[in-house]
Write a protein that binds this ligand. Structure first.
Ligand code: R5P
Length: 295
């Protein structure tokens, strides 16, 4: 079955890289905003009878990109795509995977439900915040993990690290994976966020960081609050250098500047969310996941 890449308006460059590595046609989506802010989109190619691989990240503006994803997926089905794969490098709403406070909308579950209703049967995403929450009846979810590649890129760009540290519940797993990839020790950073104020507190667990170069790695940087607390904690324990890496760099507002001003030497991220900090492309890892689905 012939496959084509459909280059969603949020991820044109990554779409083209994936298409080129897979040697597939990339169908462009002409896109503009109406004066009132609504999206206008037009498919510039034919998907009838083909496997359509729609590449559309749902990074900010999340709601715009999410609606575009759903509208495009529905259109591909209507135009007769025989199979639909959604590649969503950054999956929005992944952190609202349960009801933390009574009455909260569990956005991730409903978003995936809507995606499945468009006819998408496979979702490929990169380091989702809560992979366990992606299992939904009728949807085959594939999570691509670029932790090792990110740590290798950090080492290549900014020198050898003695310790890799990572915050949050997945901190230990992520720090170990990254540490193994670059031959460094690992430390977990326990972080807790007050659900009412949003304030984050970070503690360092495991190996000593005194006099050592530390790479702090996380799946996502949003406001930068977690990283700022992590950098402060590491510096107060005597780390000599701290570099910050994340898969999804949302860098809301002046997050990157806050991180650099709080003592990090450098910041890097991948191109799941394109920015000036995107030093690593996830295209090759996406291609590895997609190849078996279309051969
Ligand atoms: C939390 O579990 C995540 O791994 C990140 O640490 C968190 O979402 C980052 O958010 P912010 O940059 O706003 O502190």
């Amino acid at each position: 079955m012939e496959a084509v890449i459909v280059a969603g308006p949020s991820s044109p460059e990554l779409s083209r890289k994936v298409a080129s590595l897979l040697r597939l046609e990339a169908i462009e989506v002409f896109h503009k905003f109406f004066p009132d802010g609504e999206s206008y989109m037009r498919l510039e190619g034919n998907v009838t009878g083909k496997t359509a691989i729609l590449v559309q990240g749902t990074h900010p503006p999340q709601d715009v990109h999410t609606l575009q994803l759903l509208l495009l997926a529905r259109t591909l089905r209507e135009r007769g795509a025989s199979e639909m794969i959604a590649v969503v490098p950054y999956l929005a709403y992944a952190r609202q995977d349960r009801e933390f406070l009574p009455g909260e909308v569990v956005s991730l579950k409903h978003l995936l439900g809507l995606l499945t209703e468009t006819g998408v049967r496979t979702l490929v995403t990169v380091n989702p915040h809560s992979p366990w929450a992606l299992n939904l009846k009728g949807l085959n979810s594939v999570s691509v993990d670029v932790t090792s590649e990110l740590a290798e890129e950090a080492s290549k760009s900014f020198g050898k690290f003695d310790v890799v540290a990572s915050p949050g519940k997945k901190g230990e797993t992520m720090a170990k994976a990254a540490g193994d990839a670059i031959g460094a020790e690992w430390a977990a950073l326990t972080s807790s966020r007050d659900p009412w104020t949003g304030r984050v507190e970070v503690r360092v667990m495991g190996t000593s960081v005194k006099g050592r170069r530390v790479l702090v790695i996380d799946d996502i940087i949003s406001t930068g609050g977690t990283m700022v607390e992590a950098i402060r904690a590491l510096n107060s324990l005597g780390a000599t250098a701290v570099v910050v890496a994340c898969v999804h760099g949302l860098f809301v507002g002046n997050a990157a500047r806050k991180i650099l001003e709080s003592g990090a030497l450098n910041v890097l991220s991948t191109d799941t969310v394109p920015s000036i900090y995107s030093r690593l492309s996830v295209a090759e890892e996406l291609v590895e996941a997609l190849r078996p689905m279309i051969s």
